[in-house]
Design a protein around this ligand. Structure first.
Ligand SMILES: [Fe+2]
Length: 677
């Protein structure tokens, strides 16, 4: 009904002002900040596009003062990952658009880890009910979920790739006219698209000859505008013949199986090979998907063992080894009018009898995650971990009674009514591939998982007594199903409150429950205890190894910053132990002097603690006459008479520690404790 109204409005517009859009509008090469609009008008007009993030307020415009029927205009300066609405027309006004279905979403910034929905169709361009039903089955399946990448696998139109055929079978209502306004596509050409390329581009008058790639022209190349300069990521190909792009953490290569030539020079395929090696060398995305038309393995409407299937053979022999050398994940093709999906394989470059299961089959299961059979690839080594090959050439074409017996295949579907398309979802380290049959059911489902979990180091922690800290597990990669364990505790959250208990070494163990990958990180906790004070022979001590401040009756004792303190008078002493971020104050320690005050009226002894020399200032009236230096065990180390008013004792040869100075005269003796630093 809606389509009928739109069609009537279009016809009305053409009747009223004579101008109308007869193709599109459609979009090409969306990037994180730009997109290309293309449409065809029935008359030569200028080119103008209106756009904005509010469908009722298209407040930005871009225009070209040309006079054409085939319009192409690129808009730039867009915001990444943002939904826009648009309308197209000319300097006289809007001709199409300004509806909720004239919209697009810019790509996320390249490399962003974001869920991605991909839809691939092959051999669809027939304008038949098969094509229409496959499209409708996908639109019904995806619902409101945004399609990030729509992939065309070639033979995008039958029979000969003519502009009139694209118009009636692809751009028409029985093609994709109702979805072009909101769904950009990323194409690769097939042999049917190339019929017109060869017809228009014959080199020296010889079709299918060794045609230089820059001379590949025709309706297909007029219709598409693919990135030649890596506008959406990848490595510049300088040509529309093949190209690459990124979407999130997925790298895509649109290759071209039609670059072979009948003269068998391999010039085109070698040029493509040289480019893709450069492209894959700089690729750092987690998943890589290549697609092209003619598959390396098939037993459908085309047989990859047939010696006349030159393009299939060339792609298998020359291109597949390079793709596998970079351990790419998925190769998607069309051409054979069936659906075929391989196991996880590697190294098979010959005809099917040469497929050697022990060496080439990396995983011979069906790859179904729900059945415990996912294909798990390790990103942490350089091994060839295997690739899955998909043939989806049945999105508008079918084949009665195909053989479907290629030994690499894990799943096949074919027959006169076996239409379908291929849907992929990428999320984190997981790629799910689904064969969506035209009846809306899922015929096949497999999952590729990457072991890519990496834990960040956890630095050692300092914890004040009585406090607790939150330690968080930080990681990159992994799936949605991670299990955390903080050994030796039983904590299983992704963070842990650590209290100042006796555990000083913890290990975080994280298991990716989908891939089985286990990673560990160990860290230490240094617990800063509240200090205690003990009195040893009239010197107050606390534990060593920190910074200190001693207090007397709650007031700072200037300069008293060692782990010990020699008290000068009775009172309450306390010590503050300092290590960032802790400052722990001991309880008060009551100290009672044993006559030092009396002694101090008689003499002075300084400095204490001692660095190298100790001075004794004698009392001139009640003189001490002798001095001894003793160890804490009582052993006499030095003994001499005190003759001077100020007597000097050299401690430079004594080890650090506590010593006793014993002063005596004929009547009395006194012992005093000193500390050598
Ligand atoms: Fe084909």
């Amino acid at each position: 009904m809606k389509t009928t109204v739109t069609l009537l409005l279009l016809i009305l517009s053409i009747i009223l002002n004579g101008q109308g859009v007869i193709r599109g509008p459609y979009m090409q090469t969306p990037t994180h900040n730009s997109i290309i609009f293309k449409w065809r008008t029935n008359q030569n007009t200028s080119t103008k596009v209106w756009y904005g993030t509010d469908s009722t307020n298209l407040n930005q415009v871009s225009s070209i003062n040309n006079n054409v029927t085939d319009h192409t205009i690129t808009i730039t300066g867009l915001t990444p990952n943002t939904k826009y609405f648009y309308a197209v027309g000319n300097n006289a006004g809007i001709l199409a658009g300004q509806t909720n279905n004239h919209r697009f979403k810019t790509n996320p910034l390249p490399g962003t880890e974001t869920p991605i929905r991909i839809w691939a169709i092959g051999d669809f361009g027939k304008g038949n009910t098969g094509q229409l039903n496959v499209k409708n089955s996908y639109i019904n399946y995806t619902g409101s979920k945004h399609t990030d990448v729509w992939m065309w696998l070639g033979d995008n139109v039958y029979d000969d790739g003519k502009d009139t055929e694209y118009q009636s079978k692809v751009f028409a209502y029985n093609g994709f006219s109702d979805i072009f306004s909101w769904l950009p596509f990323w194409p690769t050409p097939g042999n049917h698209d190339y019929n017109e390329v060869w017809a228009q581009s014959s080199f020296l008058g010889i079709p299918y000859s060794n045609l230089p790639l820059q001379n590949h022209v025709g309706p297909y190349y007029d219709i598409v505008d693919v990135p030649k300069q890596a506008e959406a990521g990848g490595f510049p190909s300088q040509l529309e013949v093949f190209y690459s792009f990124d979407y999130g953490n997925v790298h895509f290569l649109s290759l071209n199986s039609e670059v072979y030539d009948i003269a068998n020079t391999n010039n085109g395929i070698n040029q493509m090979k040289a480019w893709l090696i450069q492209d894959l060398q700089q690729n750092d995305k987690l998943f890589t998907i290549a697609y092209f038309h003619q598959p390396p393995y098939s037993k459908g409407s085309h047989n990859s063992d047939d010696v006349y299937e030159l393009a299939m053979t060339k792609m298998r022999e020359k291109i597949i080894p390079e793709l596998e050398n970079f351990d790419i994940d998925l190769v998607i093709c069309g051409h054979s009018h069936v659906f075929e999906r391989s196991h996880l394989i590697n190294g098979h470059y010959g005809f099917s009898p040469s497929f050697d299961v022990p060496t080439m089959m990396k995983n011979g299961t069906n790859g179904n995650l729900a059945q415990g059979n996912a294909y798990i690839k390790d990103t942490l080594n350089n091994n060839d971990e295997g690739t899955v090959y998909v043939v989806c050439g049945n999105s508008g074409s079918s084949e009665t009674a195909p053989a479907l017996n290629h030994p690499v295949m894990a799943y096949t579907d074919g027959g006169s009514n076996a239409y379908g398309s291929f849907v992929m979802d990428v999320k984190k380290n997981r790629l799910d591939g689904k064969y969506l049959k035209v009846d809306g059911t899922i015929g096949d489902e497999f999952t590729i998982l990457k072991k890519n979990l990496a834990l960040s180091n956890i630095s050692s922690k300092v914890l004040c007594q009585g406090d607790s800290i939150l330690v968080q597990a930080n990681h990159k990669g992994g799936s949605d199903s991670l299990r955390y364990e903080w050994l030796p505790t039983n904590n299983v959250a992704n963070s842990i409150y650590i209290k100042s208990n006796s555990i000083t070494t913890y290990t975080l163990k994280v298991t990716d429950l989908l891939t089985g990958q286990i990673e560990n990180k160990t860290f230490n906790v240094n617990i800063i205890h509240t200090p205690t004070v003990t009195n040893v022979n009239d010197t107050l001590f606390t534990q060593q190894g920190y910074s200190y401040q001693w207090y007397f009756n709650g007031a700072i004792i200037n300069g008293a910053t060692n782990h010990y303190h020699v008290p000068s008078q009775s009172g309450n002493y306390s010590v503050e132990l300092i290590q960032n971020p802790c400052t722990n104050l001991s309880t008060s320690f009551p100290y009672i002097s044993l006559g030092i005050n009396e002694l101090q009226t008689d003499f002075s002894i300084y400095p204490n603690p001692i660095k190298t020399k100790l001075y004794i200032k004698n009392n001139p009236i009640n003189r001490w006459t002798n001095v001894e230096i003793r160890t804490v065990e009582g052993k006499i180390l030095w003994n001499e008479a005190l003759n001077n008013t100020i007597h000097e004792l050299n401690f430079s040869n004594y080890a650090s520690g506590i010593y006793f100075i014993v002063l005596s005269n004929s009547k009395n003796d006194k012992q005093f404790k000193v500390v050598k630093e």
